[in-house]
Design a protein around this ligand. Structure first.
Ligand code: NAD
Length: 263
């Protein structure tokens, strides 16, 4: 393996690639040598992500996907294989969040969050695994969970539960796909300085009677490292999980969160 291009030759799909974390992951994987299929609901934004990766001299191709559609991830995998001839990994990263107290939460809001964060990841894994099993090459199924999967937070029961469910998914999928040489893992970002955390700070902060910026500062301050987490902190772990070097790791949910959660 060329250590300067550890992902050379690998074809990797990243969903939610137009978002703060998906953008950072896509650019990093491409710089590590992967051919990256950037996929998102937001077609113009995801096209811009692929363009900027290509402008840096790396390989990326953008396509639109709605991971909530039954046939969305399947069409995505088909398009990736039509473009690059194979698949090696999927990073099921698309996710959404809202703030809603349980007493007032419309059931439709619970369903909306699960449709993207949980069902969407299941559909991505199923579609990618069908391709990987048919190829007979092994591969990687990777989900963006969150430290929310491992801890409670007020007014986010739907989000926490949607991410916690991914831990059950990866553990069972690891058993089903292990015999095919396919590893299945999740990674758990913490409090990332990003638009998504901007919503938490504003909406959860307001319900808790906090001034703008106060909640983010408070939770980020729980880190032993005493530093703010940024999107660029996430991709090195993802690149490692995609790489051949992670072949002995499966069924794991690794925190990349400044040490806020330690299990
Ligand atoms: N930002 C954080 O602090 C944080 C912390 C822990 C985990 N996460 C998780 O990381 C992932 C990325 O978060 P982010 O901060 O980049 O969020 P973001 O809102 O910036 O990006 C999410 C992307 O997903 C896309 N998307 C939404 N619904 C979709 C659908 N149905 N089909 C396809 N794409 C869809 C959006 O268009 C957007 O580009 C999410 O799964 C999120 O839950 C984020």
């Amino acid at each position: 393996m060329d250590r300067r291009a550890p992902l050379e030759g690998k074809v990797v799909i990243v969903t939610g690639a137009a978002g703060a974390i998906g953008r950072a992951i896509s650019a990093f994987l491409a710089a590590d040598g992967a051919r990256v299929v950037t996929a998102d609901l937001n077609d113009s934004a995801v096209e811009a992500v692929a363009e900027s990766i290509r402008a840096d001299g790396h390989d990326a191709w953008a396509t639109t996907v709605d991971v909530t559609r039954d046939d969305g991830p399947e069409s995505l995998v088909r398009a990736a294989v039509a473009r690059y001839g194979r698949l090696d990994a999927i990073v099921a990263n698309a996710g959404i969040l809202s703030i809603s107290p349980i007493l007032e939460m419309p059931v439709a809001e619970w369903d909306r969050i699960f449709a993207v964060n949980t069902r969407g990841v299941f559909l991505c894994f199923q579609a990618a695994a069908r391709q990987l099993v048919a190829q007979g090459t092994g591969g990687r199924l990777i989900a963006t969970a969150s430290i929310a999967a491992k801890m409670g937070s007020p007014f986010q029961a739907h989000y926490q539960a949607s991410k916690a469910a991914l831990l059950g998914l990866i553990r069972s999928a690891a058993w089903e796909f292990g015999p095919h040489g396919i590893t299945v893992n999740a990674f758990c970002p913490g409090n990332v300085d990003s638009p998504m955390w901007g919503v938490i700070d504003r909406d959860r902060g307001a319900l808790l009677g906090k001034a703008p910026g106060e909640l983010f500062k408070e939770v980020a301050g729980r880190s032993p490292l005493g530093r703010t987490q940024v999107p660029a902190d996430i991709p090195p772990l993802v690149s490692f999980l995609v790489s051949d070097g992670s072949g002995a790791i499966t069924g794991q949910a690794m925190n990349v969160d400044n040490g806020v959660v330690m299990y």
